[in-house]
Design a protein around this ligand. Sequence first.
Ligand SMILES: NC(=O)c1ccc[n+]([C@@H]2O[C@H](COP(=O)([O-])OP(=O)(O)OC[C@H]3O[C@@H](n4cnc5c(N)ncnc54)[C@H](O)[C@@H]3O)[C@@H](O)[C@H]2O)c1
Length: 254
Amino acid sequence: MGFLEGKRLLVTGVITDQSIAFSVAKLAQENGATVVLTGFGRLSLVERIAKRLPAPPPVIELDVTDDEHLGTLSARVGEHVDGLDGVLHSIGFAPASCLGGGFLDAPWADVATAVQVSTYSYKSLATACLPMMSPGGSIVGLTFDATVAWPVYDWMGVAKAGLESCNRYLARYLGAKGIRSNLVSAGPLRTMAARSIPGFEQFEDTWVAKAPLGWDLTDQEPAARACLALMSDWFPATTGEIVHVDGGFHALGA
Ligand SMILES: NC(=O)c1ccc[n+]([C@@H]2O[C@H](COP(=O)([O-])OP(=O)(O)OC[C@H]3O[C@@H](n4cnc5c(N)ncnc54)[C@H](O)[C@@H]3O)[C@@H](O)[C@H]2O)c1
């Protein structure tokens, strides 16, 4: 019996087997959960990656900026499971102008895309899944510490600050339904999203050198474990929270 026995989880954000969401789906299945994946755009690729999971799950199409996808999501998920106990938001995107040092020049249209996909979508995904959820349900997203201004992270940092606030508001509005909302603040991990940020290696070097527990840039499992702990029954009174899985980096000054 795994600690997620009987849990039905919707996992967004798998694009490679390095995706944080892939580790979440894998550990979830290993611990007894039933998983449904969503894929964005390259569905055949996501389906191919899904076959590397212990029990290849169904893959449902979801572009979080598409109202039709969102409006039909619960019905489409309902073809595979009769409810949802947990939802993982593992989605982020910013156009190139928003990252890498061009903060002062990025146009609003690009910033708007970054915020829609990386921030507003946390609320959109939550409300789209609500018809499938009941008291005890849990929504979890992923942030990169947005309390400070990092080099090169630029408008994605602003989008993450918005996500951290959105998490608190979701906790406020979903609490009465008995549904929790929490984020995992992960240290840098070598995924496709991270590789698309020019200069991201600056974080990598600093993190590995400074994190009190040390930091493995290629191990998604600690972040995935925290996501699943928050979706389990072991954080029943925790919502609006941000759990750091960063080797302790955030706790230090210089
Ligand atoms: N890798 C890191 O260093 C790191 C650190 C902290 C937080 N995070 C966050 O973790 C989350 C997952 O990223 P990852 O690092 O696993 O990278 P990843 O590239 O594997 O995952 C990003 C996912 O976002 C999806 N996506 C992009 N636009 C979408 C849209 N319109 N609709 C639906 N899905 C869309 C992509 O298909 C992809 O699966 C992101 O929120 C990211 O910001 C990553």
